[in-house]
Design a protein around this ligand. Structure first.
Ligand code: BGC
Length: 549
C-alpha cells in the first residue's frame, strides 16, 4: 500500500529534459535527471502519455498503446528508465487512456472501413443520427459543440467525449475490454507500478443518462482490478474521475475497484479559502467527502497539465474564482483557469508556501506538477493548455538548460520574472533560502509524517475563520497542522489533549518555536500573515515513531 503514504511527481517526458539535442525531451534526458527527483524526495513519478501519437492532445490521442513515441526513445530506453527509477526507490505510474484513441489508431481506421455491425466496426460507438445520448455534457466546451462527429468514410456519426479526433472506444464490445486488458498486461509485466485511468467515468453510454459513472463502468473496473490483483499484486490503479465526492468515492468500490482516485473538488476550494481568507470552503468539502476503504487513498493536487477545473463548484463560486484568479479572459479555458501555481499566487512566496503546505497536510497523497517546485511560470501566448507545459528550467544556460537545440518543442519561458534566468533549478540549489530548498525540506518532512497517510483526522476549532487546524492521530503519534489564510497575523486559542503520558507541548517540526500548553492542554499562539505550523505532540526529544505496518 505504498500509495497511501507517498508523494507523486507528475511530468511529461517531452517537457522534462532533452538528452539528444533535438529540442524535445526524451527518456535519455529523464534518466539523467532521476538523481534530481530522488533528492527532491518524491516517492513516485507519474508520466503523461509517451506512446506513438499524432500529438493533437499532447499524447492523450494514442495511436499505439504498446509502443514509445520515437521522439522520446524506444522500449529499451523505457526499460532502462524503469530500472533506474526503481534503483532509486522511485515508483512509476503511467497512463492508461481507456476511454478513447486517436482517430489515427489502426482500430479506428479499420472500424470506419468495416461493415456496420461487424466486430471491427464495433470497436467504437456509432450512430446514424447525432441525437443519441443528448444528456451527456460536452467537456471541451471551447472546442467542440457536440459529442458526435460525422465520419465520411463510415458514413455515420461516432461518439467522442473529448476532441473529435479522439473517438471513444465501445466498452460494450467484449473484444475492446479484452484488448485493453492486454495493454494492462503489457505494461505491468514490464514492471510499471501503477496506472492512471484517464477519463474513466465515460467508458459506457446509456440512453436517458448523462453517460457518466454508470454501473457498467464500475463492473468493468471490478473486473480490471481482479485481473490486476491476480497477476500483479501490489500494483496500483488511480481513477481520474472529475466528479463530486459522492461519485468519485464510488471508484474505490468496496476496496475492490481503484486503489486511488483524484479528489477534484478539494482543489478549487483550497484556492477559494485562500482568496476569501476563510477556512469554510475546505471544511465544507471535507465534510461532504465520505469515508473511504482503508486500503484506498485520495490523490490530491493543486495544479496539473490541464486547466484548474471549475466544474465541481457552483456558478457563484466559479465567478468568484475567475474574479480572484483569472480577471484576464486569456487566462480562462473551458470551465477553468489555465495558469500555473506561481502566477496564481502572484509569485508571493508566503502564499506559495501556504498553498503547498495545505496540499502536503491534507488527507491524501499529494501530487506535484513538474516545475512548480521552483515556481515556474506560464506562457499565455501559447494556445490552450500548452501555456503550462513549457520546458523545465534547469539552469541559467541557453534554453534554460533544457536542450542544446536552437528550437525546442515549445519555447522555454525566457522573459520577465519567470524567465529561465530568474527561475531555474541550478540557481535555487545553490541558494539555501530558495523555494526549491524549502520544497525539498517540506517534502521530506511530509514523508516522515505517516499520520497523514494512515491516521484519522479531525478539524480542530481554533475560534478564527481564517485559521484551519487539522489534527491527525495514528498509533500514538499525533500531528497538528495550522494554516493562516489571513494576510495579517492572527492569534488563536485552542485545547488539545496530549497522548497518554506525554506533556502538553506541541513540538515544531520545522523550527525551535515550540508551543507550550497549560495543565489543561490549552494553547495560545500567533501565526504570521499566511503563516503555518507543523507540530507533533509530545516531548522535545519526541522523534517520529515509525511503526511497522
Ligand atoms: C487528460 C487531458 C486530456 C483528456 C482527453 C484528460 O482527462 O487529463 O489532458 O486532454 O483526458 O484525453
Amino acid at each position: 500500500m505504498w500509495y497511501k503514504e507517498t508523494l507523486v511527481y507528475e511530468l511529461h517526458v517531452r517537457s522534462f529534459a532533452d538528452g539528444d539535442g533535438d529540442g524535445v525531451g526524451d527518456f535519455a534526458g529523464l534518466i539523467d535527471r532521476l538523481d534530481y527527483l530522488e533528492r527532491l524526495g518524491v516517492g513516485a513519478l507519474w508520466l503523461q502519455p509517451f506512446y506513438p501519437s499524432p500529438l493533437r492532445d499532447d499524447g492523450y490521442d494514442i495511436a499505439d498503446y504498446c509502443g514509445i513515441n520515437p521522439a522520446y526513445g524506444d522500449l529499451r530506453d523505457f526499460r532502462r528508465f524503469l530500472r533506474e527509477a526503481h534503483k532509486r526507490g522511485l515508483r512509476v505510474i503511467t497512463e492508461l487512456v481507456l476511454n478513447h484513441t486517436s482517430d489515427q489508431h489502426p482500430w479506428f481506421q479499420r472500424a470506419r472501413q468495416a461493415k456496420p455491425g461487424s466486430p471491427a466496426r464495433d470497436f467504437y460507438v456509432w450512430s446514424d443520427t447525432p441525437e443519441k445520448y443528448r444528456q451527456a455534457r460536452v467537456i471541451f466546451k471551447d472546442f467542440e459543440n457536440s459529442n458526435w462527429a460525422f465520419d465520411p468514410v463510415a458514413k455515420a456519426y461516432y461518439w467522442h467525449r473529448f476532441y473529435a479526433h479522439q473517438p471513444d472506444l465501445n466498452y460494450d464490445n467484449p473484444a475492446v475490454r479484452q484488448a485493453m486488458l492486454k495493454v494492462v498486461d503489457f505494461w505491468l509485466t514490464m514492471g510499471v507500478d501503477g496506472l492512471r485511468l484517464d477519463a474513466v467515468p465515460y467508458l459506457f453510454e446509456r440512453p436517458g443518462t448523462n453517460c457518466e459513472n454508470l454501473p457498467e463502468t464500475h463492473a468493468f473496473l471490478k473486473d480490471l482490478r481482479a485481473h490486476v490483483d491476480e497477476r500483479f499484486p501490489g500494483r496500483m490503479l488511480l481513477a481520474e474521475a472529475n466528479q463530486w465526492p459522492e461519485d468519485a468515492v464510488a471508484y474505490f468500490g468496496d476496496g475492490d475497484e481503484c486503489h486511488m482516485a483524484f479528489h477534484f473538488p478539494v482543489m478549487p476550494r483550497i484556492f477559494m479559502a485562500l482568496w476569501s481568507e476563510d477556512r469554510y470552503p475546505v471544511i465544507d468539502i471535507m465534510e461532504q467527502t465520505p469515508a473511504i476503504p482503508e486500503s484506498c487513498q485520495w490523490a490530491l493536487f493543486l495544479r496539473n497539465h490541464d486547466e484548474l477545473t471549475l466544474e465541481m463548484v457552483s456558478d457563484e463560486e466559479r465567478d468568484a474564482m475567475y474574479r480572484a484568479y483569472a480577471r484576464d479572459a486569456q487566462a480562462r479555458i473551458n470551465l477553468g483557469i489555465r495558469r500555473r501555481l506561481a502566477p496564481l499566487m502572484q509569485n508571493d512566496r508566503r502564499r506559495m508556501e501556504l498553498i503547498n503546505i495545505l496540499l502536503l497536510s491534507f488527507p491524501g497523497t499529494p501530487i506535484l506538477y513538474y516545475g512548480d517546485e521552483i515556481g515556474m511560470g506560464d506562457d499565455l501566448s501559447l494556445p490552450e493548455r500548452y501555456c503550462a507545459r513549457t520546458p523545465m528550467q534547469w539552469s541559467n544556460e541557453k534554453q534554460g538548460g533544457f536542450s542544446s537545440a536552437e528550437k525546442t518543442y515549445l519555447p522555454v519561458i525566457s522573459e520577465g520574472v519567470y524567465g529561465w534566468e530568474q527561475v531555474n533549478v541550478a540557481d535555487q540549489r545553490r541558494d539555501p533560502d530558495s523555494f526549491l530548498n524549502w520544497m525539498e525540506r517540506m517534502i521530506r518532512t511530509r514523508q516522515e509524517t505517516q499520520e497523514i497517510g494512515w491516521g484519522a483526522f479531525e478539524v480542530v476549532d481554533v475560534g478564527h475563520d481564517a485559521v484551519l487546524c487539522l489534527r491527525y492521530e495514528w498509533r500514538n503519534n499525533v500531528a497538528v497542522f495550522l494554516h493562516n489564510f489571513h494576510p495579517e497575523g492572527v492569534t488563536v486559542r485552542f485545547s488539545l489533549v496530549a497522548p497518554e503520558g506525554e506533556p502538553n507541548r506541541l513540538v515544531n517540526l520545522l523550527s525551535e518555536d515550540h508551543a507550550q500548553g497549560d495543565a489543561k492542554g490549552r494553547y495560545e499562539l500567533t501565526l504570521e500573515p499566511y503563516g503555518y505550523r507543523w507540530f507533533r505532540m509530545g516531548g522535545l526529544d519526541y522523534a517520529y515513531r515509525r511503526t511497522e505496518l
